[in-house]
Design a protein around this ligand. Structure first.
Ligand SMILES: NC(=O)c1ccc[n+]([C@@H]2O[C@H](COP(=O)([O-])OP(=O)(O)OC[C@H]3O[C@@H](n4cnc5c(N)ncnc54)[C@H](O)[C@@H]3O)[C@@H](O)[C@H]2O)c1
Ligand SMILES: CC(C)[C@H](C(=O)O)[C@@H](O)C(=O)O
Ligand SMILES: [Mg+2]
Length: 346
């Protein structure tokens, strides 16, 4: 395990700035003295775009590449046309660094007010494909803005891309006690991409005889996320279904303020990037109401990825204890960060 971490930090927009400050606070508190943490902050997002018109210049991409990992807050702002920063910055990073595994764990933490509060054993992870599907920008519009407009947004799926993420999901399922993997797609309607996913899922599954498999159409999966979440262990799904399912998973297991994610490049060729599942939340930005826990749990995923397992576990335990101790009175972003930093340090 390396005793130094070169961390690139992209606070981004809205509450991204606020929650990343807390993530760094907890990271600093949890690391042993002899681990050298070098951080480099990148001014990327709405401010930069307004000032220079840039979203993610090549030099910055090259510089980001020189790090062990990236911590990102959130990208997107109402003052910038929708999609400019999301595509030009966030998705550009995920694609350029081949983050084909978008890992989004969901655990029911104690003392949370959610529709599933009090339900035991909710502990699943969504392995969302991160580089393909309808996210590739493969589309266009004709007669734009007229009543005769036609727009396409093609979902791109390659056997190469599907097999590598499915294989990763089998590996993860095989390493967990329950060893269950559910494919979520919509192959009753999306018969080309859906059948390719299912065929690859079945073929790769032959190599993992200990893993129990299941298949659900995405609409049915949304029912079971709410009514029978305990049926899930590892879920593998495409980029867009995974986006939607993981906001739902967050909402039912503790709230969007607790949902962490890792954009993983499993080959290690490029730095992986860790970020909360939520966005820049312009409706609460600047109010101190943002819960930084999702970012702090993303720091835990980052540490685990880099091999700092005891420190990652310490953060998870601190979050569980902190939630247990919450009495319902509101706490600011800073106060939650301070409380978690104190717990991991103590
Ligand atoms: N990974 C990302 O950077 C990311 C993810 C999602 C959305 N976005 C972008 O963020 C912007 C806003 O998107 P949106 O409103 O659809 O989604 P959002 O996740 O920003 O907000 C949805 C709701 O959840 C609440 N919320 C989010 N994070 C919270 C937190 N930590 N604590 C408490 N409440 C929280 C918000 O206040 C809002 O009511 C858009 O530009 C969108 O494209 C970026
Ligand atoms: C902002 C957007 C591009 C992004 C996505 O769709 O992946 C977000 O919703 C997420 O879940 O990280
Ligand atoms: Mg999303």
């Amino acid at each position: 395990m390396s005793r130094s971490i070169r961390l690139a930090v992209i606070p981004g927009d809205g509450i991204g700035q606020e929650v990343v400050a807390q993530g760094l606070k907890v990271l600093t508190a949890v690391l042993p003295q002899d681990v050298k943490l070098e951080t480099k902050e990148y001014d990327l997002g709405a401010r930069r775009w307004h000032a220079t018109g840039e979203t993610l210049p090549d030099e910055e991409l090259e510089s980001l590449k020189q790090h062990d990992a990236i911590l990102l807050g959130a990208i997107g702002d109402p003052s910038v046309p929708s999609g400019v920063l999301e595509r030009g910055l966030l998705l550009k990073l995920r694609f350029a660094f081949d983050h084909f595994v978008n890992l989004r764990p969901s655990k029911l933490f104690p003392n949370t007010t959610t529709p599933l509060a009090g339900r035991p054993d909710i502990d699943f992870v969504v392995v969302r494909e991160g580089t393909e599907g309808p996210y590739t920008g493969n589309g266009g519009s004709l007669r734009t803005g007229t009543p005769a407009e036609v727009a396409t947004e093609v979902s791109l799926n390659t056997a190469y891309g599907v097999e590598r993420v499915v294989r990763d999901a089998y590996e993860r399922a095989n390493a967990r006690p329950r060893k269950k993997l559910t494919l979520v797609h919509k192959n009753n309607v999306l018969v080309y991409a859906g059948h390719m996913w299912k065929n690859i899922f079945d073929r790769v599954g032959k190599e993992y005889p200990e893993v129990t498999t299941d298949y659900l159409h995405v609409d049915a999966a949304t029912i079971f996320f709410v009514t029978q979440p305990e049926r899930f262990d590892v879920i593998v799904t495409d980029n867009l279904f995974g986006d939607i399912l993981t906001d739902l998973a967050a909402a039912v297991t503790g709230g969007i303020g607790l949902a962490a994610s890792g954009n993983i490049n499993p080959t290690g060729e490029f730095p992986s990037m860790f970020e909360p599942v939520h966005g820049s939340a312009p409706d609460i930005a600047g109010t101190g109401k943002a819960d930084p826990t999702a970012t702090i749990l993303s720091v835990s995923l980052l540490l685990r990825h880099l091999g700092f397992v005891p420190q990652a576990t310490r953060i998870e335990e601190a979050v569980a204890a902190d939630l247990e101790a919450r009495d319902g009175s509101p706490r600011s972003t800073d106060e939650i960060g301070d409380a978690l930093a104190a717990r991991v340090a103590g």
